[in-house]
Design a protein around this ligand. Structure first.
Ligand SMILES: O=C(O)c1ccccc1N[C@@H]1O[C@H](COP(=O)(O)O)[C@@H](O)[C@H]1O
Length: 213
């Protein structure tokens, strides 16, 4: 199975087209207002329409109100919603019962305990995204966590790797972790919030080269 690739934090058509052309399986649209990658709902809906059918659209939310979450799902109609805050398994279970959208939960990995505790999302999320712990922002910081923690972990849910992944380190990350999915945002930018089309292509190529090695 080819590694799934998510390019997150796209803000315009050029970025969506570049990620799709490069072979991303998922693109991420960020609705967190404090992020340099924030897009308003209407822009997210337009980019969703622009995205080719074979590429899944992931909507990123951080501790959003239930009313806003429902509105965002209604307007953008994403394939996946990625919760990147302190959303609880209980809340995600409620949402899961009310929508058919795929639910991902990002978790900041501090230590082995974080991974052990992630089992509480069984039945609440379809996939866990293991990221570096939150800094000033809950994600998109370019920070990595200790990938070796994953070596001992028995995954009970589908999962992906995020946090500081770049064209230069993604092959090594895949070798060490055997992640079935990789997610990058700041690692394919020239400045915060500015995607670099060459880096997007290089990232996807590095993943595909690893798949074929
Ligand atoms: O990208 C952001 O600005 C962001 C803001 C708030 C929550 C999550 C955010 N991004 C997600 O964080 C991870 C890792 O990002 P990076 O590759 O280290 O820059 C990724 O899932 C992004 O989608």
């Amino acid at each position: 199975m080819p590694t799934q690739i998510k390019i997150c934090g796209l803000k315009d058509e050029a970025g969506v087209d570049a990620a799709s052309r490069a072979g991303a399986t998922h693109i991420g649209l960020n609705l967190y207002e404090k992020s340099p990658r924030y897009v308003p709902l209407e822009q997210a809906a337009a980019l969703r329409m622009r995205t080719p059918e074979q590429v899944k659209v992931v909507l990123l939310l951080v501790n959003a109100e239930p009313g806003y979450t429902a509105k965002a799902l209604e307007i953008v109609k994403p394939d996946v919603v990625q919760f990147h805050g302190t959303e609880t398994p209980e809340w995600l279970r409620v949402l899961k019962g009310a929508t058919s959208v795929e639910i991902w939960k990002a978790l900041g990995v501090k230590d082995a305990e974080t991974l052990k505790n992630s089992a509480r999302f069984v039945g609440a999320a379809d996939l866990l995204l293991f990221d570096a712990p939150a800094q000033a922002l809950p994600g998109g910081t370019g920070m990595r966590f200790d990938w070796s923690l994953l070596a001992e972990h028995r995954h009970e849910l589908a999962w992906g790797l995020a946090g500081g992944l770049t064209p230069a380190n993604v092959a090594e990350a895949l070798r060490q972790t055997r992640a079935p999915m990789v997610d990058t945002s700041s690692g394919v930018e020239s400045a915060p919030g500015i995607k670099d089309m060459d880096k997007i292509a290089q990232f996807c190529k590095a993943v595909r080269d690893h798949d074929h090695s």
